[in-house]
Design a protein around this ligand. Structure first.
Ligand code: PLP
Length: 386
């Protein structure tokens, strides 16, 4: 290859194909090979590759106003904030560019609230195995194995408990605690669902003890699980919700959404050059307006059930393990096969899937994936497992 990919900083091991084009559930490399994409930019392209509504929004807004700086109001930022507040049942919205940035904002907001309303408390309880991003604070918040020692010194103020263990949270809450933060489904860890009962109990406990509940919905939000937010299955309202990934339908866009009573940032506390820019906000409006429709979400639920059925049938026939997840965020646990090797074989068979653990494959197709494409995925996966 004469492309000088060696100038790209080596932060990830990538296979050799160079991607040049995408449409819906399909991606093409520059040799013309076609892939059925069940990674979708890491659960980002919720409407598939280059969907019409995103293109239209980019072109229309791009022709009007791309960036007026965060020093001024623009119309798409206000429209998106209203859409997100309504869809989440919360009040105040801070738009930003990545999930990690949204979570940093959530951590800052919780600490500010603790300084003001809870005697200077600052500690946040998070979950073993969790993933909240790659900035220094969000790495410290994450419970990813092996991250404890990286980039020392570590940002202090996080305490870890096992997911699903309510007593452990109750025991960990002290006068220093300001919040509990978790993903409704741990995506990067390998798709581990926080049970609805547990989430409801956690909401009751945090209320009773006077600490905040922060839901990192960066992977589970924007319809991924069949509801607009993952925690809506449990019928709970967190104090703070973070969104990213699917929110931009492929472009960099994220959001920190908070209840009015915890929205205590003052001028100068939070900001960023690209935050709330009209181009990305206009795309976010188009995505949210599409995804929040009841019929769209019903489609995610029914295609999710179809995917579960396909994976369970395959697992039964081939002696593999459990199928986990919700909606169109699912995982298959393999028995006696290395998931990374299967994902590599799948690439040869024209299928893109992800292996978050040595024994687990993850599926995060476009929310617009068709049943025929799910069938094709199962066929290609079956071939890749042989
Ligand atoms: C992807 C992800 C993040 C980080 O988002 P970035 O946009 O990569 O910074 C944080 N939390 C969860 C749950 C995620 O899935």
């Amino acid at each position: 290859m004469n492309d000088h990919f060696d100038r790209i900083m080596k932060v990830a091991e990538r296979p050799s194909p160079v991607m040049v084009k995408g449409a819906g559930s399909w991606l093409w490399d520059r040799d013309g090979k076609r892939y059925l994409d069940f990674v979708q930019g890491w659960a980002v392209n919720c409407l598939g590759h280059s969907p019409r509504v995103v293109l239209d929004a980019l072109l229309a807004q791009g022709a009007e106003l791309i960036n007026c700086s965060p020093a001024y109001y623009n119309e798409p930022m206000a429209k998106l904030a209203v859409l997100l507040a309504e869809a989440s049942g919360l009040d105040q919205v801070f738009l930003c560019n990545s999930g990690a940035e949204a979570n940093e904002g959530a951590i800052k907001l919780a600490r500010k609230w603790g300084a003001r309303h809870r005697d200077g408390s600052f500690e946040i309880i998070t979950m073993h195995g969790s993933f909240h991003g790659r900035t220094l604070a969000t790495m410290a918040a994450s419970g990813k194995p092996g991250w404890d020692e990286l980039f020392a010194p570590r940002v202090p103020g996080f305490r870890k408990v096992p997911l699903g263990d309510l007593d452990a949270v109750a025991d960990a809450i002290t006068p220093r605690t300001v919040a509990v933060m978790l993903e409704p489904i741990q995506g990067e860890a390998g798709v581990f669902v926080a049970a609805d009962d547990y989430l409801r109990a956690l909401r009751a406990l945090t209320e009773e003890r006077g600490v905040l509940l922060i839901a990192d919905e960066i992977q589970t939000g924007i319809g991924r699980t069949g509801r607009f937010l993952g925690c809506q299955h449990a019928g709970i309202a967190p104090d703070i919700v973070t969104l990213g990934k699917g929110l931009g339908g492929g472009v960099p866009l994220a959001a920190l959404v908070a209840a009015g009573r915890v929205s205590c940032f003052e001028y100068g506390d939070q900001g960023g050059t690209f935050n709330g820019n009209p181009l990305m906000a206009a795309v976010g409006c188009a995505v949210v307006a599409t995804v929040q429709q009841e019929e769209f979400l019903r489609g995610v639920v029914s295609n999710g059930a179809y995917l579960t059925h396909g994976l369970e049938t395959l697992a039964g026939e081939r002696g593999h393990g459990e199928v986990r997840g919700r909606g169109l965020l699912q995982a298959l646990e393999l028995q006696g096969q290395d998931a990374k090797k299967v994902a590599t074989a799948a690439l040869d068979h024209g299928l893109l899937i992800n292996a978050p653990r040595p024994d687990t494959l993850r599926f995060m197709p476009a929310l617009t994936v068709s049943r025929d494409e799910i069938d094709q995925m199962i066929r290609r996966l079956t071939a890749s497992l042989s």
